[in-house]
Ligand binder design. Structure first.
Ligand code: ADP
Length: 383
């Protein structure tokens, strides 16, 4: 057919998030082009261009091949995105929103203006300012680098400024934008995440709140819906996400990571403006997966139903244990022994601690699916 309509999305970054967008892209006849930093990346199934996303000319050329640019990570320099936008390129989420996902201090300042619930926080530039915050918050605080942290890197528990001497040196401080973020250490009951999506026309949809468990700062397990969450808490979490996505002008998928406190409050920890680890279980566990919803949202298509396909869903990450096990070797055995568990491996080379894949199960009994999934993980690890 001549001149038939084609939808083309360009994803900057070629990790597992871009990789998992390829399946719904095929289903919806969306041409997916990926800008990868290196050959042999996790998303290499889609049309992939290898190039440096910190070079304007590379990204400008890449943008010519698609209708809209979106992301697998939030590290693209804002100036590059602003220049593209000035040339009329559709960037989703737009640079003005992504700025808040790139810098935790910008995010805290903007969420304060919107009166959203957060841990007590401050920007500090010196040991004296840090000592004062620690003294006013029970002798302990959480110190964060505003830029460049992920999976717990760039987060420290501190009881005295000496523990942050390296980050407070002028060279280090200037690398982080001149200031560090310090927060009260929240005594939380658990961590939860609210996933939602918004398109440029303002259509907004949220999935049910999930409970997340981290191990060494890395997401280990996700349960949907968050066990024991009251209707009031579920509603509050959605209201927070909707307020943020409108207030910050977010498009595409938004993940809001929160702490649930002893007295039942939700305090915002982190934001991600892309598909997120807390939403991987939506592939099997929801009518519309976060990857499909992200593509629909950035193309300004109507958003899909976010209901769960069963009463409960669980996802467990497959974290690398050494430089050999890529979770393919034993997956035949896991498939035989645990046929109801869905295994995802990302095709990455093995490395201890690396996110190499995940497994999901859905069903009416939380206990039963959790037991199946964790047994399958045992087989994937040891055979
Ligand atoms: P990253 O961007 O590396 O994921 P986060 O800001 O999400 O870093 O912090 C990583 C983990 O550190 C959180 O999941 C939580 O367990 C803990 N943490 C972060 N901020 C606080 C806080 N203010 N109080 C208590 N624990 C915190």
């Amino acid at each position: 057919m001549v001149n038939s309509k084609r939808l083309r999305v360009g994803v900057i970054g070629a990790g597992q998030l871009a990789r998992m967008m390829t399946v719904p892209a095929i289903n919806l006849a969306i041409d997916l082009n990926v800008l990868s930093e290196a050959e042999g990346s996790s998303a290499a199934l889609a049309t992939t261009v290898v190039g440096d996303y910190t070079k304007f000319d590379v990204v400008k050329e890449f943008a010519k091949s698609v209708d809209v640019i979106t992301f697998d990570h939030e590290h693209v320099p804002l100036e590059i995105l602003q220049k593209l936008e000035a040339k009329g390129v559709s960037v989703q989420p737009p640079s003005k929103a992504l700025a808040f996902a790139q810098n935790k201090l910008h995010m805290r300042r903007r969420l304060s203006e919107l009166n959203l619930p957060m841990p007590d926080w401050a920007a500090v530039k010196s040991a004296a300012e840090l000592e004062e915050f620690i003294a006013n918050h029970g002798g302990v605080a959480i110190l964060k680098t505003p830029i460049g942290g992920y999976d717990g890197k760039g987060v420290r528990v501190v009881r005295e400024a000496a523990e942050a001497a390296d980050w407070l040196k002028p060279e280090a401080l200037s690398r982080f934008g001149g200031e560090l973020l310090v927060e009260e250490k929240v005594e939380f009951v658990r961590e939860v995440a609210q996933l939602s999506a918004r398109n440029p026309s303002g259509d907004f949809k949220a999935w049910p709140l999930v409970q997340t468990t981290q191990s060494n700062g890395v997401c280990a397990e996700v349960l949907a819906p968050a066990p024991g969450a009251t209707p009031a808490m579920l509603e509050l979490a959605v209201a927070i996400a909707s307020h943020i996505s409108e207030g910050l002008g977010v498009t595409g998928v938004l993940a809001v990571e929160m702490f649930q406190t002893l007295d039942g409050r939700l305090l915002i920890n982190e934001l991600a403006m892309r598909p997120h680890n807390s939403g991987h279980l939506t592939i099997e566990g929801s009518v519309t997966s976060q990857f499909e919803q992200h593509l629909r949202a950035v193309l300004d298509l109507p958003l899909g139903d976010t209901s769960l396909t069963a009463e409960h869903a669980i996802m467990v990450n497959l974290l690398g244990v050494d430089d050999k096990n890529n979770f393919v070797e034993h997956y035949g055995k896991a498939m035989v022994q645990h046929p109801s568990v869905k295994i995802h491996t990302y095709g990455k080379s093995a490395r201890a601690g690396r996110k190499m894949g995940h497994v999901t199960a859905v069903g009416p009994s939380e206990m039963a699916i959790a037991s199946e999934v964790w047994q399958a993980v045992g087989v994937l690890l040891k055979g």
